[in-house]
Write a protein that binds this ligand. Structure first.
Ligand code: UTP
Length: 478
């Protein structure tokens, strides 16, 4: 945007000076057109802008493509016993940590969910294939059940963003926190970062507002500290954090094997990986680069690298990260304190803005984000655990096609059919198991009422009754 010829009046002088010094005073172009409350709110927004950081962002050019050799990182494969730590031992240890109240749960839900195109926070999307329970409810009920099972009050930290914080809080309040104690749920708004045009200038989204967007899931660390969660977790004696994303409805929250393996191995950060469907699947891969374990974005791999296979015909870079992590709280704190710096990633986008007349238009610009997994190379020790895709991964990212509502429903139903089959119930139609009924097939086997076993046609919901038994109901009756 060109420089302003006549400077508007009544701009708070400290703001004007700071922005002029930084070469960003074009943001005041429409100041005279704003009402007093609009000026106040714009001034408040501008006061939050760290102009030194803006200069750093403008100088960020993105990572140079890696030209060296990447190797696959070691992974605890499915069915393999890590040396000295059988899975049963790990599960028992994980249970113990949960029961002792040493595990907290951290959900990132600050994203914009633009691909799904759903109005409102993605967690409010009705995702239960039969029950139409929202994503937040499905996650919350898993926590309710975990608490019933363990007797521990696992605190739930939820990262939101400016765009969805108020709505998310209201949603939880209006649903009475889905049975959770509100004192154990904490919302943590993440920071926003301004977008810049290709000349490094701040962009106006409207006359009295900058174009800003959430600072990426890498904003988790700072949000955790600034929102008071770090202090809360320390007060409660939390030692380990289970981290997950809002859109995966098959996530096994605080899965004891993962919790236990992570803790017993002394890892500071652990991740769950699964075998990619093929080289083209858009998933970050865990690999060793210059001697450091990293998650590398699919877009940072050359085609030849993603397609490379070993002598058995298996993909060399097969291990896709599903963004489920365990963190040692001390490590999380080190990143939150800034002892470990995360790089900014650039995304070139068309930005909605206004022209010199104040009319809506678009410009080429850059959004900046940091990624939670960029802390991995700084962990003194890390662990990657392979899991079965069908058991743990059903993300809702898109409206249709890959990782869509449709595909997630199909995966959810299929996995629940497997649990039911193992518990003695064969369902020919659709099936949804309430998280309040069972969190895994073993639990369903223990809780399924004898009269609900056998064969059933039509759509079936499994819910717990007051006697603790799980019974089948025809979904048409619900
Ligand atoms: P995605 O990368 O899928 O992005 O986020 P998104 O914003 O949800 O969706 P699109 O790309 O606009 O369609 C993965 C996870 O990280 C969280 C999201 O809420 C989701 O759980 N996230 C992402 C944040 O919490 N903050 C961010 O700034 C970005």
């Amino acid at each position: 945007m060109p420089k302003i010829s006549v400077m508007p009046k009544n701009i708070p002088s400290e703001l004007l000076q700071a922005f002029a010094r930084a070469g960003q005073d074009h943001v005041f172009r429409f100041w005279n057109d704003l009402t007093d409350p609009e000026r106040d709110s714009f001034a408040a927004e501008l006061r939050e802008i760290d102009l030194r950081e803006v200069a750093e962002l403008a100088a960020t050019r993105g990572e140079a493509p890696f030209r060296g050799q990447r190797e696959p990182a070691p992974v605890v494969r499915l069915g393999e016993e890590p040396r000295g730590t059988p899975r049963t031992l790990a599960a028992a240890h994980g249970h113990r940590l949960i029961t002792q109240g040493k595990v907290g749960v951290f959900l990132v839900a600050g994203g914009q969910g633009s691909r799904l195109g759903f109005e409102g926070p993605k967690g409010c999307f009705p995702a239960g294939p039969l029950s139409r329970k929202t994503i937040f409810q499905l996650h919350a009920e898993k926590l309710v059940r975990l608490r019933e099972r363990s007797g521990a009050s696992l605190p739930w930290y939820i990262m939101t963003s400016q765009a969805n914080d108020a709505e998310t809080r209201k949603f939880f309040e209006s649903h009475r926190f889905f049975g959770l104690d509100p004192r154990d749920v904490m919302f943590l708004p993440q920071r926003m970062l301004p977008a810049l045009d290709t000349a490094g200038k701040l962009v106006l989204q409207s006359k009295g507002r900058l174009f800003q967007s959430p600072n990426g899931h890498g904003g988790s660390y700072a949000a955790f500290k600034q929102g008071g969660a770090l202090a809360d977790a320390q007060k409660r004696g939390i030692e380990q954090l289970f981290y997950f994303q809002v859109d995966n409805i098959l996530v096994r929250i605080a899965d004891p094997i993962f919790v236990g393996l992570h803790a017993l191995s002394g890892s500071e950060m652990s991740l769950k990986v699964l075998s990619k469907t093929g080289p083209e699947e858009k998933m970050g891969v865990v690999a060793i680069e210059d001697g450091q374990t990293r998650v590398i974005e699919y877009s940072d791999f050359s085609r030849a690298e993603s397609e490379a296979r070993d002598s058995a015909g298996q993909l060399i870079h097969w291990a896709g990260s599903i963004a489920i992590h365990m963190f040692d709280l001390g490590f999380f704190e080190r990143v939150a304190e800034g002892a470990i710096q995360l790089p900014h990633h650039l995304a070139k986008k068309k930005l909605s803005t206004i022209d010199t007349e104040g009319k809506p238009t678009e410009v080429d610009g850059i959004k900046y984000e940091s990624f939670v997994f960029d802390a991995l190379p700084s962990a003194r020790k890390s662990l990657s655990l392979e899991v079965a895709r069908r058991e743990e991964f059903a993300p809702i990212k898109n409206k249709t096609g890959v990782d869509s509502i449709e595909s997630a429903h199909a995966l959810y139903i299929e996995e629940h059919r497997r649990w039911a089959r193992e518990a003695g119930l064969e369902v020919s139609g659709e099936l949804e198991i309430s998280p309040l009924a069972a969190l895994d097939p073993e639990e369903l086997r223990e809780r399924l009422a004898p009269e609900s076993k056998g064969k059933r046609s039509g759509s079936v919901l499994l819910d717990p009754d007051a006697d603790g038994k799980v019974r089948a109901r025809s979904s048409a009756l619900c």
